[in-house]
Design a protein around this ligand. Structure first.
Ligand code: FAD
Length: 450
């Protein structure tokens, strides 16, 4: 597809969704610059999935590497959009054919209690920095914030990520308690199940004196977003999903021995001597998706640490328009940022949640559609017409999306492509990326990374 050599796309974020987009573009002969804020491109795989996922992380690193090594991919590490590159300048003036945002969801959703921000790192912490620390804390050169994992902490959550936070706390507490008794154990053994690890060492878990952390959730156990029903689910499918959620929670509790209180809404902080020492919570009445506090049910839950794990949303980038917690993407099928021409979104930055597979499929779908509708001259007529026909059957509000699919992105002149290439190479040199992808990864990987 030689005509595609006249396009040059920027992808912001090099992890699952960014590397998938880059690979698809490169396979179609389109040049692609992958702008990544970190030295290593693995995103939530390295800094979100807790480090006990040894094999899975290794496999995903290998897949990301293979995608970013494709001919036609220019990897630009240590470069943050919004810090090193100004958003509007990058999207409008650099001259890329299109920009695909694949920068994930790295901002913890606010706990939603007045004044909470003031107490961050004073008895209150959030999930993203906590898991980042957990994954990197044993590296000699780690210089970030350090956290404690006291017994009887409270985790506010309910989703899968909050179960990982609970697991970190429980594993650390049992490891400390066992080691204090001279029993050798480690994260990998305890992650397979605390009762099983205790049994293997001939110790009763109860005798270790760990009281366990407490997970609180505002709706009912069966509403916890650990599994999702299919779109347009029937009442039977919803009931089945609720059973799956309860089973997942039961299995997690059996393995990691934590406590759970459902129908608990955080209404305030308990503060003493400038530190959070607990939460004020109210019991809730559930009606559909509504969880209303029951008057008179408010009480205090004291804890040495509160970890908020109620979801992640995209980071605020200077110059990017927001609608609530998200960037203003229009059209679900081909998420297009409303504030600039030819800026699109893939993966967690659009969905805010999901898993590896969901991010991968989302990126595949959006990137292929972007190429077919906007870039491939030979495909354009047919695909655009098909898109229009499908779209006609959709809600009237999506009429704008139909219009958008009929545009063409003009080819870039060889001079423009050369100028872009030069600018990218200059940035690569500035951050020390002067050789090839493999040499770079070898150079920036901490020798003691777990
Ligand atoms: C605690 C936790 C546990 C999880 N466990 C699982 C699991 O067991 N199984 C599973 O399938 N999924 C799991 N997930 C979800 C899964 O990791 C994510 O859905 C998926 O990896 C998201 O991929 P992504 O590429 O869209 O985003 P990310 O992985 O977040 O990638 C975004 C990339 O963009 C970069 N970036 C961000 N901002 C900028 C910027 N301004 N400029 C340049 N670069 C930028 C980031 O450094 C990162 O490399 C878990 C998530 C969490 C938080």
């Amino acid at each position: 597809m030689t005509e595609n050599q006249n396009y040059f796309v920027a992808v912001v974020g090099g992890a699952i969704s960014g590397s998938v987009a880059a690979e698809i573009l490169a396979d179609r002969g389109i040049r692609v610059a992958v702008i990544e804020q970190n030295k290593r491109p693995y995103g939530k795989i390295e800094d979100g999935l807790p480090r006990w996922h040894v094999e899975q992380r290794k496999q995903e690193y290998g897949r990301i590497d293979a995608r970013l090594k494709k001919p036609g991919v220019y990897f630009v590490p240590s470069t943050k959009l919004g810090r090193d590159l100004e958003f509007n300048d990058f999207c409008n003036n650099w001259g890329f054919s299109a920009v695909i945002l694949a920068n994930g969801a790295w901002r913890d959703r606010d706990l939603g209690v007045a004044g909470a921000q003031e107490f961050v790192d004073k008895g209150l912490i959030y999930q993203n920095p906590f898991i980042y620390w957990y994954n990197h804390k044993n590296e000699k050169d780690y210089t970030g914030p350090r956290y404690k994992t006291p017994d009887e902490a409270i985790v506010v959550g309910g989703g899968l990520a909050s179960i990982d936070v609970v697991k970190v706390l429980q594993i650390d507490n049992y490891e400390r308690a066992m080691k204090a008794r001279g029993i050798p154990t480690d994260m990998h053994e305890l992650e397979k199940g605390i009762p099983a690890a205790c049994k293997a060492h001939g110790v009763d878990p109860e005798s270790l004196g760990v009281k366990g952390c407490l997970l609180i959730y505002r709706r009912r156990e069966q509403d916890m977003p650990m599994a999702q029903p299919p779109d347009n689910a029937t009442p039977d499918q919803i009931a089945k999903t609720e059973m799956v959620r309860q089973k997942m929670l039961r299995l997690a509790r059996d393995r990691y021995l934590f406590r759970v209180q459902d129908r608990r809404l955080t209404t305030g902080l308990v503060v003493e001597n400038g530190r959070v020492v607990g939460l004020r919570v109210a019991e809730t009445k559930i009606e559909g998706r509504k969880a209303d506090p029951i008057p008179g049910s408010e009480h205090e839950l004291r804890a040495p640490l509160v970890i908020s794990s109620i979801g992640s949303v995209p980071e605020i980038l200077p110059g990017v328009a927001m609608k609530g917690e998200y960037y203003t993407f229009t059209d679900e099928d081909l998420p297009r940022y409303s504030g600039a021409d030819r800026v699109f979104g893939v993966g967690n930055v659009v969905t805010g949640q999901g898993n590896i597979r969901v991010s991968l499929i989302h990126s595949q779908k959006v990137t292929k559609q972007l190429i077919d509708d906007f870039m491939s001259g030979s495909n354009r007529g047919g695909t655009a017409a098909a898109s229009a026909a499908t779209a006609e059957t959709r809600a009237a509000g999506q009429a704008q999306a139909v219009h958008q699919t009929l545009e063409t992105i003009p080819a870039l002149s060889p001079d423009r492509i050369a100028a872009l290439e030069q600018r990218i190479r200059a940035r690569q040199e500035r951050v020390g990326y002067t050789s090839d992808y493999d040499s770079w990864i070898a150079k920036v990987t901490p020798p003691d990374l777990e």
